[in-house]
Design a protein around this ligand. Structure first.
Ligand SMILES: [Zn+2]
Length: 317
């Protein structure tokens, strides 16, 4: 897939450009990015808890000119990309306007703490959440929202490097952005691209996920750093474009037949054209997202309730 080894920690991708991997890249195991030039630095995302983010920052501090971080970019609101924000003291935190608004209503760190305390009494769903999230410590996290927002596109200069922030949401969440370095032909895509799991969207619309892939295909990109998983080249965006086109079409057929979202999702996860993607159970979330789109329902999806349904399938009796 690429010459960059997918191992825990910081990896140099180009002069002054780094990524930090957290294999195996499943739930919460996100990638971060770093750009340093001329004594100015930009960090792409923080991690799910203060320990993980502390590990990331310790590595970053070893790179000349990287600390203190001048700009922290949040590609989207999810905790595995933002819950460490408070540790990047003094940085200007930049995200899309839509992402900043989501900070006020997304799942809070306190909710995670409370939820994990209750998990042991929640049967299979509880077991599933403890397996996925039990390794993180959500205590002491202070939600630290963006201090600067934009809509559409924002261009920054990091020393001599041009950095383009490109809004592609609503897609994976309401306010997704990508971080593009045209000089290095390198893209930090955030979670609109994931390579270690089947891509997941809690928001949509599917048309925007497809459009985001077309945007990537229209850029000069040799190195695509996804939100989770190993680096790929941009041909992977073509594969994901086909994934979303196929999944939207199949889900629509099932929706029109009156098949439940859970059943349609299970079918796609087990026998669909892309069921060979890693962790195909995320298809269940995607079909719920698509059904919401088809029905015009405006209430956001209850992520934890849907994951609970997934747990019923994945966790043995
Ligand atoms: Zn993520």
């Amino acid at each position: 897939m690429s010459e960059f080894e997918y191992t825990q920690g910081l990896h140099k991708l180009a002069e002054g450009v780094y990524t930090y991997f957290q294999p195996p890249g499943a739930l919460g195991g996100s990638n971060a990015g770093l750009v340093v030039d001329g004594g100015v630095s930009l960090l792409v995302d923080t991690f799910y808890d203060l320990n993980r983010t502390g590990d990331l920052l310790r590595e970053i501090k070893k790179i000349p000119g990287a600390w203190p971080v001048n700009y922290l970019i949040n590609t989207h609101v999810d905790g595995d990309h933002t819950f460490g924000n408070q540790l990047v003291e003094g940085a200007e935190i930049i995200a899309s306007k839509a992402c900043a608004e989501e900070f006020t209503r997304d799942i809070s760190p306190e909710y995670y703490v409370d939820f994990l305390k209750r998990a042991p009494t929640m049967g299979k769903a509880g077991k599933f959440f403890l397996q996925g999230l039990g390794q993180y410590d959500f205590e002491g996290i202070r939600l630290t929202p963006p201090t600067r927002t934009f809509e559409g596109r924002l261009d920054l200069k990091i020393g001599g490097k041009e950095v383009n922030l490109i809004e592609v949401g609503p897609a994976h969440t309401e306010g997704d952005i990508m971080v593009y370095l045209p000089g290095d032909k390198l893209l930090f895509s955030g979670d609109v691209v994931m390579t270690s799991v089947t891509p997941v969207s809690w928001h949509g619309p599917s048309a925007n996920l497809i459009k985001a892939m077309s945007t990537i295909l229209g850029l000069e990109v040799n190195v695509l750093v996804p939100g989770h998983g190993p680096i790929v080249d941009k041909s992977f965006a073509q594969k994901l474009k086909e994934y979303w086109e196929y999944t939207a079409e199949e889900a629509r057929k099932q929706y029109d037949k009156g098949i439940s979202a859970l059943e349609a999702g299970i079918a796609l996860a087990s026998t669909g054209k892309f069921s060979n993607f890693p962790l195909p159970a995320t298809n269940i979330a995607n079909v719920h997202m698509l059904y919401r789109e088809f029905s015009g329902e405006e209430t956001p999806l209850d992520k934890f309730a849907i994951l609970g349904k997934v747990a019923e399938l994945l966790i043995p009796d």
